[in-house]
Design a binder for this molecule. Structure first.
Ligand code: PLP
Length: 328
């Protein structure tokens, strides 16, 4: 049930299928294919050390509507560091999900339990930490805020954490718990890699009580985000015009992807505007047939499934349609 591969591995695919990297259509991630347009940066971004009091935390807190925000070098940095802030704990995870959480807690020596959604009521009294990816990657499943707050209240009453990974939440802020993240023992992770499409900049944010953020900042050390990335993150999070237009565009593109896949008898079981997830027994064959034509998707063995990200241009949409037509 644990998958540690990641999408976006174009070089490995290029080698395996003998197709040069620039010829691929990469649909293997849930990254917005039309990222926030990064302007040329001042030389000082490369020359001066990054400053933690440059306003990024405040801009992030405003964007996420949280009281506090600690910017980190991708939410992955927090995923790896948070397990080091607790003594040996029993930690629960749903599956399938983004497996880096499980790996980080396992590595730090905690006891890790994979739980099924319908077992949560029996299992939760034993847990010290519950990790929820919301919306979930790859299933797109969303847990409603009332349910999460109920789990949080139970865990927090005994000093346990609810850790919510909201990397894919920007399109649906009504489901976010970022506004509640100042509550004790509630931790929310956000990413600039998905909606903003800035995965290469490596910027994410941790939203939690100030004391916990301070402990995490101490653990991570100075200058974890470079000056250029901090500058870009500040501009992107303040660009409300781009954010509104992008939200509308992604909603339309997400619906278009569902329609296109259905046309080829690929009925999504779930997803977000940025990706669609399909369970089917021939997922591997479909993944391989598309890869042979230079279209990279994300294949999951358990449960057998395939995930499609969004094409960008009309040419890319047509290429996907033409190729699905050929292989289905
Ligand atoms: C659910 C989820 N959380 C977190 C991450 C890490 O993202 P980043 O470190 O770019 O913020 C990913 C990346 O794929 C993800 O899918």
């Amino acid at each position: 049930l644990i998958e540690l591969e990641h999408g976006g591995a174009i070089h490995a695919a290029a080698e395996k299928y003998r197709i040069p990297p620039h010829e691929w259509l990469d649909l293997s991630t849930g990254i917005n294919p039309n990222p926030w347009p990064v302007p040329p940066l001042a030389m000082s971004c490369w020359h001066q050390l990054p400053q933690v009091d440059d306003g990024l935390s405040e801009i992030a807190a405003k964007y996420y509507q949280s009281e506090n925000a600690l910017p980190v070098c991708g939410s992955q940095a927090a995923i790896q560091a948070l397990p080091g802030l607790r003594k040996a704990s029993k930690v629960g995870f749903f599956a399938p999900s983004y497996a880096e959480h499980w790996r980080a807690w396992q590595r730090a020596g905690h006891q890790c339990l994979l739980i099924h959604r319908d077992e949560i009521d029996q299992v939760s009294p034993q847990l010290d930490v519950l990790v929820v990816v919301n919306p979930n990657n790859p299933t797109g499943h969303v847990v409603d805020p009332a349910t999460l707050l109920n789990w949080h209240a139970q865990l927090s009453a005994r000093g346990g954490w609810l850790l919510i990974d909201e990397a894919f939440m920007d399109m649906t802020p009504e489901y976010s718990l970022s506004r509640c993240s100042h509550r004790e023992n509630l931790i929310v992770l956000r990413s600039l890699g998905k909606f903003f499409g800035l995965a290469g900049a490596r910027v994410g944010c941790v939203l939690a009580q100030q004391g916990l953020l301070q402990q995490l900042a101490n653990q991570l050390g100075p200058w974890t985000i470079n000056h250029a990335a901090r500058t870009v993150a500040k501009l992107a999070m303040q660009d409300e015009v781009w954010q509104r237009a992008t939200k509308q565009r992604l909603i339309k593109d997400g619906e278009r992807l569902i329609r296109l896949l259905r046309q080829f008898d690929l009925q999504p079981h779930g997803g977000t505007a940025l990706f669609q997830w399909i369970r089917c027994s021939d997922a591997l064959e479909i993944h391989q047939a598309l890869a042979a034509q230079g279209i990279l998707t994300r294949y999951f063995a358990e449960p057998m499934s395939i995930r499609f990200g969004l094409p960008l241009s009309e040419d890319e949409w047509h290429r996907l349609e033409k190729t699905l037509n050929m292989i289905r």
